[in-house]
Design a protein around this ligand. Structure first.
Ligand code: 0X9
Ligand code: ZN
Length: 419
């Protein structure tokens, strides 16, 4: 008996991985200005110990560094004369605050819109909606994640819906405000349709929405249970002890042509081959299942306050439809900013504005699937201004703001592409 108990204890001990501590981790704002400095940061961002949170150029690119990495890179910054300041001296404190704020609230009633809900809660929420609103909501499983979680897509449509709109969230694990925004969108579409909001009824009479709130559930769960800043999926990599593929480097259009890493330990690891990941394949299959019927592909990330157009893989050329795409993105961003009188949303090609990064789902949707209005939207906060000190750490109490402004922006954008 003793032996059995001991074995059980050991097994559960091994299974329950300890939470990653961010004690002493610093969050820096760095200010690379010259081309040399920008190129250096562009290279460093693929290093496993250099966690670039967002943009390379401009004001306030954020990077989080373990104490030893801080030591190492501080001297490099000095050598290259890159200015920086320290935004937080101890990231763990921020994460503790976040956890205590979240533990005070209760999502037991299933009302998870605007919350940082867990993956099971999100899937159950979709299934509940299918039950209670079967007239307009249905769902399907697009595939399974590498650890076997259901990639459940909510479908919202009426009997007259003609063309399709794809919206996905949570491809990057740590971008928690993204899944919460997808849930917000589902919630508002359904509730506004039920209460006969004319604009929403008209939208749903034309468009059928497919919303996948968490493309990367394994990573998302891992960022909740173990490592807050996890980004990739959780697939084991042959020949390496490092885990995970950056799903937004894995899509099969212009794969590995720039801004991605072939090192499994890097946060931008593009995978062993194009379209190698189950999560990538699931999204591609879902799109291919209704080929030619999609009018828009929207993939929601955080953070930066950007409404991107393709391409991400190169800044040397713009897509043939760029002028139109950018004009429609601007309509979306303007409506979004008007909701809370926010400023500073920027539209345009992601490679030109942010950095070159190939293998993104938006480029695949545009380049391979032929979906014209393919956009990657980076939610609040921005690099500067409201909430900017938080980065990925946007408090849960601010998530409804992101949900609502994005919902309004997307509706305006869709109205502008609807005939
Ligand atoms: O790097 C990314 O995958 C996205 N930024 S994030 O900070 N959320 O990781 C931007 C992707 C833009 N699109 C492409 N590069 N295709
Ligand atoms: Zn992202």
């Amino acid at each position: 008996m003793k032996l059995i108990l001991l074995t059980l204890f050991c097994a559960s001990y091994v299974l329950a991985e300890e939470k990653t501590s961010y004690e002493g981790f610093k969050l820096l704002n760095i200010y690379p200005k010259t081309q040399n400095q920008i190129d250096l940061i562009g290279e460093l961002q693929h290093n496993p110990d250099f966690d670039l949170w967002s943009k390379i150029r401009g004001d306030g690119a954020k990077v989080s560094l373990a104490p030893s990495a801080f030591h190492k890179y501080e001297s490099l910054f000095r050598l290259f004369k890159i200015d920086y300041d320290i935004v937080h001296h101890n990231l763990q404190e921020l994460f503790d605050q976040e956890e205590s704020e979240m533990s005070k609230r209760d999502v037991g009633d299933g009302r998870i819109a605007g919350k940082y809900a867990r993956h099971t809660e999100i899937n159950n929420y979709i299934l509940d909606h299918v039950q209670t609103n079967s007239r307009i909501v249905s769902s399907y499983v697009a595939g399974k994640s590498s650890q076997g979680r259901d990639l459940r897509v909510a479908v919202i449509k009426t009997s007259t819906s003609k063309r399709r709109i794809w919206i996905d969230c949570g491809i990057h694990a740590r971008e928690w405000v993204s899944p919460s925004t997808c849930v917000w969108i589902i919630d508002k579409l359904v509730s506004e349709y039920n209460s006969n909001v004319a604009a929403t009824v008209a939208l749903l009479n034309y468009f059928e929405f497919h919303v996948l709130p968490v493309v990367n559930p394994d990573g998302y769960e891992y960022s909740h249970t173990t490592t807050r800043l996890w980004r990739k999926n959780r697939k084991t990599n042959t020949g390496s002890s490092c885990i995970g593929v950056d799903l937004n480097r894995n899509y099969g259009y212009q794969w590995m042509t720039g801004g991605s890493s072939s090192d499994p330990c890097s946060d931008t690891f593009a995978g062993p081959s194009r379209d190698s990941e189950l999560e990538t394949i699931a999204v591609e299959n879902a799109i291919n299942a209704y080929k030619g019927t999609w009018d828009a592909f929207l993939t929601i990330h955080s953070y930066g306050k950007w409404w991107f157009t393709p391409y991400g893989y190169t800044g040397n050329i713009l897509p043939p439809d760029y002028t139109d795409l950018n004009a429609k993105a601007q309509i979306g961003a303007n409506a979004l900013m008007a909701v809370y009188n926010e400023k500073g949303w920027v539209t345009g090609s992601s490679a030109k504005i942010l950095y070159v990064a190939s293998g993104g789902s938006d480029d695949w949707a545009y380049g391979t699937a032929g979906i014209k209005y393919s956009h990657c939207i980076e939610l609040r906060p921005g690099q500067t201004g409201t909430d900017s000190a938080y980065g990925f750490q946007l408090p849960e109490s601010r998530a409804p703001l992101a949900g609502e402004e994005t919902y309004v922006g997307i509706k305006a954008f869709l109205n502008s592409i609807k005939p």
